[in-house]
Design a protein around this ligand. Structure first.
Ligand SMILES: Nc1ncnc2c1ncn2[C@@H]1O[C@H](COP(=O)(O)OP(=O)(O)OP(=O)(O)O)[C@@H](O)[C@H]1O
Length: 234
């Protein structure tokens, strides 16, 4: 099966001119939950932002064999969607965000667009199961707790059901272990659900335990590229 995302000779350079990383090569395949591990400051967030076409890079990133510009960047970003580590920096409210994304979705994927309110209610129902009261959808991101903002930002792609690859930047870092486990299970089940658009996740976590629970592949990012950890039994 052809890869969902192909990354070849990817490098990212700081504004000052020195590289964060060079020569990054890997594929994202259907069913993958790829854990990206590295020391703080090594460039994990930058790598995810390059994959989402949010940071400048050199090299090749393709989704189903086509570069982002062939889809149009907003459309590409609905299929390969980045969820930031700190959603509190977003403008407006969670409802504003899902309504904006619905307008892209309706325009770009009309055959899978089920109407604004249906998507919103699907996301609200999931978030409610994760302990998020409905009124929080109308509160500014900046007034939400870190854990509330993380659960809301993860419920949005679930409601829209258009992301095929999710790029998760420490998605449960603000959650207690029990809430984190509920969210982890929902994401893993979503990948296995044939009715879901979601086919793969690239997931940054500093928790070895979480990585072992959810990961199917493990990439170590270094300044000279990525190394994949073998998971073969000895
Ligand atoms: N816009 C920017 N301008 C200058 N330097 C930047 C910019 N964005 C990131 N960097 C630098 O690039 C390096 C990689 O940052 P990044 O946030 O990708 O690391 P990380 O591995 O995700 O770190 P952490 O684990 O601490 O979240 C850091 O040295 C950071 O200071």
């Amino acid at each position: 099966m052809a890869p969902l995302v192909t990354v070849r000779s990817l490098s990212c350079i700081r504004p000052e001119g020195d590289p964060i990383f060079v020569n990054v090569n890997f594929d994202v395949n259907e069913g993958d939950i790829i854990i990206v591990q590295a020391r703080s400051g090594a460039g994990k967030t930058t790598l995810l932002k390059c994959l989402a076409h949010l940071s400048l890079y050199h090299g090749v990133i393709e989704f189903k064999g086509q570069p982002p510009k062939n889809y149009g960047v907003p459309s590409y970003r609905t299929h390969v969607q980045y969820i930031p580590q700190r959603p509190s920096l977003l403008p407006g409210t969670p409802r504003d965000l899902i309504e904006t994304l619905c307008t892209f979705h309706a325009r770009l994927v009309p055959e899978r667009f089920a109407g604004d309110s249906l998507h919103l209610h699907r996301a609200m129902d999931l978030a409610e199961r994760w302990g998020i009261a409905r009124e929080l959808w109308d509160r500014p991101w900046s007034s939400l707790s870190g854990g509330e903002a993380q659960r809301l930002s993860l419920a949005i792609p679930y409601g829209l059901n258009c992301a095929e690859v999710l790029l998760l930047d420490e998605p449960t870092s603000a959650l207690d272990p029990a809430s984190s486990a509920v969210v982890e299970r929902a994401l893993v089940e979503e990948i296995k659900d044939a009715d879901s658009a979601l086919k793969a996740i690239v997931w940054i976590t500093h928790s070895e335990e979480q990585a072992a629970r959810v990961g199917t592949r493990f990439l170590h990012l270094t300044p000279a590229g990525v190394q994949e950890e073998s998971t073969d039994e000895p």
